[in-house]
Design a protein around this ligand. Structure first.
Ligand code: SIN
Length: 287
């Protein structure tokens, strides 16, 4: 097999072609992909993958325990899980015979998956089964680069800070607002995390706040918290830190939620149907 890795842009992302992940028994596939995702700033695009739901789950589980299996996701998204594979969250605008085929317009805001849990997501692994001919791109930003580009004075100021992450944030985003279960707005779906975290494998420091799920900075007034978070968000989503992915059918994307944010662009009406698995990460460690 002729495996080729190509960087997608200077900030983040690499594309791997010539690799078949339907069989995870070959060599040190998972170890090599972990290294590749770290080297690419937390984002890998694998083209032309032919995966059954079972193979997708087996491949994902090789990276660690999965939401939907080792730990339940919030009730709001349960109707969108695959009927036979609860580890698969279906993201789709399709309606067949009056039945929605997945969560419509999921993630139309900058976020890091499941950051409102004590142990937020490590990798998300999204498989594009049907993609619109135009539109429906996903944008990623590199939160390690964003951290590194801050001034020393700002790094020093935010180093000891912690923030509250809350599922309610995402629920207020356009498109999702009306379909949130009340019981998801408390308990396991609220967590405190450091604003700057250390990556467990690379040791790199990353900003770990996001407009989707971070409700406020601890110890600040709402005005102060909003101003500082607003600055950090604006800083983090500069085009220089981003990669925008235009989907082809059978693309499989792996991203590391510990050091990236992503945003699903809602600019299409054609069918879009994707399967996402989500690997549970560790408790974030402060820098
Ligand atoms: C997500 O936030 O996981 C969805 C991403 C996408 O649909 O592009």
């Amino acid at each position: 097999m002729d495996v080729k890795t190509t960087r997608l842009c200077p900030a983040i992302g690499a594309e791997i072609s010539g690799l078949d992940v339907s069989d995870i028994s070959s060599g040190n596939l998972i170890g090599e992909l972990r290294q590749a995702v770290n080297e690419a700033g937390g984002l890998l695009v694998l083209r032309d993958q032919e995966l059954t739901p079972e193979q997708h789950v087996d491949f994902s589980r090789a990276f660690g325990p999965l939401f939907g299996e080792a730990e339940q996701l919030q009730n709001t998204v349960k109707p969108y899980l695959h009927p036979d594979f609860p580890q698969i969250y279906r993201v789709s605008n399709k309606v067949v015979d009056g039945k929605v085929q997945g969560r419509q317009r999921a993630g139309t805001y900058w976020h890091s998956d499941v950051s409102f849990r004590k142990k937020p997501a490590m990798f998300s692994i999204l498989y594009g089964i049907e993609v619109p001919p135009l539109g429906g791109d996903t944008v990623f930003t590199n939160m390690t680069l964003a951290y590194e580009a801050l001034s020393d004075a700002m790094k020093e100021m935010i180093a000891p800070l912690h923030a509250v992450h809350h599922f309610a944030g995402a629920s207020n985003a356009a498109w999702s607002h009306e379909k949130v279960e009340e019981e998801d707005l408390e308990g396991a779906n609220v967590a405190e995390h450091p604003v700057v975290r250390i990556h467990a494998e690379t040791g790199a420091k990353s900003l770990f706040v996001n407009p989707g799920n971070t409700s406020h900075l601890i110890g600040f007034s709402p005005e102060e918290s909003n101003a500082l978070l607003g600055f950090l968000y604006e800083h983090a989503i500069q085009p220089e830190f981003q990669y925008r992915h235009r989907w082809c059918p059978r693309d499989l994307i792996i991203w590391d939620n510990r050091c990236t944010l992503h945003y699903a662009i809602s600019d299409y009406s054609a069918d879009r149907y994707m399967h996402r698995t989500t690997v549970i990460g560790e408790e974030p460690v402060a820098a």
